[in-house]
Design a protein around this ligand. Structure first.
Ligand code: SF4
Length: 219
C-alpha cells in the first residue's frame, strides 16, 4: 500500500496515488520569483491545485510519484519540508516589520528560530509560533513553544497544542528580551530531546507538573 515518502517531503493524498509537496517558506514570507516558480511547477506537472497550508507554506497538491524529484529540482530547493517527528515550521505574524499593531519584532525573532530549529529531529512533533502582540495572530497559545510580544518584551508559553485533546500553553516567563527568549527556547528544546517522550510537550508537562518542568529547564 502506498504511503508518505518522508525523505522526499511528499504526503500521500486521499486518492492513494498522488502526493503533495510544500517547499520551505520561512514565516510564510515569499518573493514573487519564488511564487512564480511554485506556480510554474504546479502547471508543468499538472498538479490538482495549490493550497495555502496552516503552517504558512504553499502545498503543490496532486503530483505523480515519478514527478516528485523533478519538481523539487525545478523548485531549486532541497526535498523534505519538516514532516514527521521534528520541529515543524515556525509560525510567524508580521510583527513590527509590517503590522501597525506590532509591539515586538516577530519576523526577526521567528526567522532566527526557523533557521536554527526548523526540521531538527526530536522524539515528538514540535511546533513553535511567534506573535508581535497580544492579539496572537500566529496562535502561540496552542504551540509547544509560543512567544508573544507585549509592550514590555516577550512572554514565553509552553505545552500548547490543538488536535483531539487541545491544550492551552502555560506561561513560564514574561518581559524577556529577544536574547533571553532564544536562551529559554534552547533549554526547552534540549529538555524535549533528552526527555525522549513521544508525547506532545503539554502531555509531558501534565504528567510531571509545571513546577518540575521548570526545574528541568533550570528555572
Ligand atoms: S499578533 Fe499583533 S502584531 Fe502580529 S499580526 Fe496580529 S495584530 Fe499584528
Amino acid at each position: 500500500m502506498a504511503k508518505d515518502l518522508l525523505e522526499k517531503g511528499a504526503i500521500l493524498q486521499r486518492d492513494q496515488e498522488t502526493y503533495a509537496i510544500a517547499p520551505h517558506m520561512p514565516g510564510g514570507i515569499v518573493s514573487a520569483e519564488q511564487l512564480r516558480k511554485i506556480a510554474d511547477v504546479a502547471e508543468k506537472y499538472e498538479a490538482a491545485t495549490l493550497k495555502a497550508t496552516s503552517s504558512q507554506r504553499i502545498a503543490i497538491v496532486g503530483l505523480k510519484e515519478e514527478d516528485i524529484d523533478k519538481a523539487w529540482e525545478d523548485l531549486d530547493t532541497k526535498p523534505g519540508a519538516a514532516i514527521g517527528l521534528c520541529v515543524r515550521s515556525i509560525k510567524i505574524c508580521p510583527g513590527t516589520t509590517f503590522c501597525k499593531r506590532g509591539q515586538q519584532d516577530a519576523v526577526g525573532l521567528g526567522l532566527k528560530l526557523d533557521e536554527k530549529y526548523h526540521g531538527m529531529p526530536l522524539p515528538s512533533k514540535f511546533k513553535m509560533a511567534v506573535a508581535g502582540c497580544v492579539n496572537s495572530c500566529s496562535e502561540p497559545a496552542v504551540k509547544d513553544i509560543g512567544v508573544m510580544g507585549t509592550p514590555k518584551g516577550y512572554t514565553v508559553m509552553v505545552g500548547g497544542n490543538a488536535a483531539v485533546k487541545p491544550r492551552l500553553a502555560d506561561i513560564i516567563a514574561d518581559e524577556l528580551t529577544e536574547e533571553e527568549v532564544l536562551e529559554l527556547v534552547e533549554k526547552i528544546v534540549n529538555f524535549t530531546r533528552t526527555n525522549g517522550s513521544k508525547q506532545r510537550l503539554g502531555r509531558v508537562i501534565d504528567e510531571m507538573g509545571i513546577d518540575k518542568f521548570k526545574e528541568g529547564i533550570g528555572m
